[in-house]
Design a protein around this ligand. Sequence first.
Ligand code: AMP
Length: 390
Amino acid sequence: MRLPALEDLPDVSGRSVLVRADLNVPLVPSERGSLVVADDFRIRAALPTLQWLAERGARVTVCSHLGRPGGRPDGRHAMEPVRRHLRNLCGTAGFEVELLENLRFDPGEEGNDPSFVDRLMQGQELYVNDAFGAAHRAHGSIVGPPQRVPSAAGRLLSREVEVISSLFDRPAAPLVAVVGGAKVSDKLALLESLLARVDTLVVGGGMCFPFLAAQGQAIGDSPVEADQIHRCRELLRSGRDVVLPVDVVALAEEGTLGPDGRSAIATYGRDIPRGWRGLDIGERSGERFAELIEQAATVFWNGPMGAFEDPRFARGTRFVAEAVASSSAFTVVGGGDTVAAVEGFGLGDRIDHLSTGGGAALELIERGDLPGLAALRQQPGRLTAGLRRS
Ligand code: AMP
């Protein structure tokens, strides 16, 4: 897919450039009580574009969303901790940028309100979209600016689109996709197209329970919705290769005793009893998944295998992370939580491509395009006339 690149912009020197980045990073309270950035992967990933522009004399303003404040100002989602972190990183590299307040403090961002975009673009002469993680959203700051000023894709966005597209255009076979995480309904819609493109689909994390239920297995109190089970049944009927966990680590509701009469955590093979909630894949599943990953030539992984933030339920995710890291396949890992898990295990530099986008990567695979990419390609003629073609 040909996207206008930074080099296609008119001379940036002395011009005001608005960069839409995805700086939606996790924050944690520091010892002094203020919020600090817990994982700066997405901030670091935005730097090459910012540096490219700053070095050429552009006046760079960065904007991003942070969390889900729901269209009004909310101190817990203020950009200040991100701003401090970004300033430090840019300062070390020898340049400066401005960072606007959280875009989602204004309902016009998610509502794609033209007057919001007009205000955002006031005084801006050029626009760069480098927010791969948000490019699947038709929000104001993503689709509005290319209608107004000459616009280009940043380095990160271009690279992400190139890698994710190549993964599914002509991948080395076998291609194994591993999907987990908790946003089951969001991802189920995308699994169908993923299934058609992969040799094997491995399902773990919260995603596996509607599949296990569709197969007739008891899943205890693991959360699923009836329509999810129905959709999973259809996917399983497709005849494609879907691999599900053969054992699950579950946590008992308070007061429920385990098989040994004591423990509140137990591994179940078939049928999780009532009062128990599946929170990780078991060891046998981890070994089976690792074997499939070892045999793959291309691996795409999105979504942790369990509630890995709690060390009691991190084993399955670690199993898969280690298998992906040691695999000789071309490996792509996407999604904020999955990347955080891999980095937390110290395995980040052994993955070929760590993607900043989870949902965006899945949607790009499904549709072959994203609203943010289409907006960059469909700039009005009077704007593209200003873009130098290389
Ligand atoms: P997602 O954004 O869909 O990739 O989901 C990531 C989240 O899923 C992480 O915070 C995990 O803790 C959570 N998760 C994964 N598996 C489970 C599970 N079996 N039960 C509850 N949460 C899970």
